[in-house]
Ligand binder design. Structure first.
Ligand code: ASP
Length: 333
């Protein structure tokens, strides 16, 4: 007889763990993990050990919680008595937590799967229990190893390297735009269809360096850039237009800030595609790169912010090390 798989379920709160509040509003995180698990009908199929790590809405989850979760996952994996880890999380910042863990955890022997739900457990047609059940089944599957951290949602499995929340309310709430899921979950089976490219693993710092995001949009004022570069952050991610452009009036602000020691990365605010020095006009990516900015591709600004913060915490302002931390590599050793 094959031994039952053992999964650690770390619950952190969010809609998936919410209880009814007043006037139809939900209290995110009010439901403990044990109660959630009871409705997955996996008793006797998978052995699940529940830990209610936090009971928070995900807008309250940030660097201290990320570090705590990463260390807890590492400890559980090193103990050697579990086959997988599932983390339940609010969907609003699920992609941030999942990417932090993806950037810091080795999943060779113990898969790590993050899930949540769009509807509360008490809502009609809730996806809370089906998403949790699918995440547990995925974490118990040997094929989920070595893929990096995975996000399981609505029967689709995404690499945490590329996943984004794409709907504020529909059950199909997540996607990896332009790339799609790495696999599908169907009747308890994991159909693995793609191996996601990877980035280097980075250490979990005691204190994460502060990095902010500067959004770019038509008509954005120079004063917005000026106030953010002076706000005390050590790193800045510019969520650039298209191939990585900013308004012409911003170039000198960025140049001066870089000369004063700010580390600046530029990504694209589009959902898919790389930044590129395609243009020769004021404010084009070429100007920013000449000023010393690092251009980064295939990461959202939210993910770039986390990776830049982890890189700055690990290497300081060494631009070559930071560039290399953003490189995409083959998943095969
Ligand atoms: N507001 C909730 C949260 O992120 C949304 C969710 O969990 O779906 O905590």
């Amino acid at each position: 007889m094959t031994q039952r798989k053992r999964i650690a379920l770390l619950s952190t709160g969010g809609t998936i763990a919410s209880a009814p509040g007043t006037e139809g509003r939900a209290i995110a995180g009010a439901l403990p993990g044990e109660q959630l698990l009871a409705s997955t009908q996996l008793e006797g199929v998978i052995d699940v050990h529940v830990e209610s790590v936090f009971q928070k809405a995900s807008n309250s989850i940030a660097a201290p919680e990320w570090a705590h979760l990463a260390k807890r996952c590492r400890m559980l994996a090193e103990k050697g008595d579990i086959d997988g880890i599932v983390i339940t999380h609010g969907t609003d910042t699920l992609e941030d937590t999942a990417y932090y863990l993806h950037s810091t955890l080795d999943t060779q022997s113990v898969p790590v799967v993050v899930t949540g739900s769009q509807r509360t457990p008490h809502a009609m047609g809730s996806d809370a229990f089906s998403n949790l059940r699918q995440a547990l089944e995925l974490a118990a599957n040997d094929k989920a190893r070595s893929l990096g951290v995975l996000v399981s949602f609505n029967q689709s499995v995404y690499s945490a390297g590329f996943v984004r929340k794409v709907s504020s309310y529909q059950l199909n709430g997540f996607d990896a735009p332009g790339l799609g899921p790495v696999g599908l979950l169907d009747n308890g089976e994991f159909h693995l269809l793609q191996w996601p490219a990877r980035q280097a693993l980075l250490p979990v710092p005691d204190q994460l360096v502060r990095v902010d995001i500067l959004p770019v949009y038509g008509g954005a004022d120079r004063s917005t850039a000026e106030s953010l570069v002076r706000s005390g952050c050590q790193g800045l991610v510019i969520d650039g237009l298209g191939r990585g452009q900013v308004p012409p009036s911003w170039v000198s602000v960025i140049e001066n800030a870089i000369q004063d020691g700010l580390v600046v990365a530029v990504c694209s605010s589009t959902l898919h595609g790389a930044v590129h020095e395609s243009y020769d006009y004021p404010g084009a990516l070429h100007d920013l790169v000449l000023a010393g900015a690092v251009s980064v591709s295939h990461v959202s600004a939210r993910k770039a912010r986390i990776r830049l913060a982890l890189s700055l915490s690990a290497f300081g302002a060494q631009l070559d090390a930071i560039r290399s931390a953003f490189e995409w590599r083959s998943p095969f050793p």
